[in-house]
Design a protein around this ligand. Sequence first.
Ligand code: PEP
Length: 268
Amino acid sequence: MAAKKVLELKPNPRTGRYRLISGNWKMNLNHLEAIQLVQKLYFGLRDVDYGFAEISIHPPATSLRPIQLLIESDRMHFSLGAQNCYFAPSGAYTGEVSAQMLSKLNVKYVIVGHSERRRIFGETDEVVALKTKAILAEQMTPILCVGETAEEREAGETDDVLMRQVRLAVADLSAEVVATIVVAYEPIWAIGTGLVATPEDATSGAQLIREELARLYGGDVAERVRIQYGGSVTPVTAHDLLEADGVDGLLVGGASLDAEAFSRIIRA
Ligand code: PEP
């Protein structure tokens, strides 16, 4: 086994929060291609690149086990993430994977409520809340995705949508637990479309989310929650989005499938 290097992850001096950059591979790459991509990413990063943000990788479920073994055997400084889970621990739910099963694979972060799951698979805010709870019960961290559609934005409903999605997802949780979650502000009009929100858009979304959390759980809790921006992030836009006020990291889809692009985002 390779000797473990001690690489120090530093919090953002402005906020005290640790940044998180996550790669959501969606339904792409078989497990052999997935191993190659992680290796390519690993060899393309220098020690110093791990100091700025924690990096989580979210492959499809079929690649979780091989990537877990790769990360652990080579002591790579990547956190393993999943894209989804079901809320029941086990049972007659054909095709589903439970939070318990993910935690056995040392999964640390689980994306929940991604807009593709809400839109294509009909996930409601109630289902998102149940999944969030199941993930937390297994000592994993949910990355709760919230965001408005283009129509909602044009109708001036962004605030209502974000506040509702946040409020319902964390409805039954204690303040202590809420402080540990990650929220990804993902304007739906920017996901996979090439349309990137401006840093000002990212800040205003993050601010709305934090204000709603502060209203529900108090300012201290809201200040501890990490908020990512997601939506067509590229190496060119990453720096300004990461520097945007209130933004603690990025959720990256398409660009995370390219080792060179994703490592440039990490270095941004
Ligand atoms: C996503 O899948 O969460 C995402 C932000 O995708 P993309 O970066 O491709 O827009």
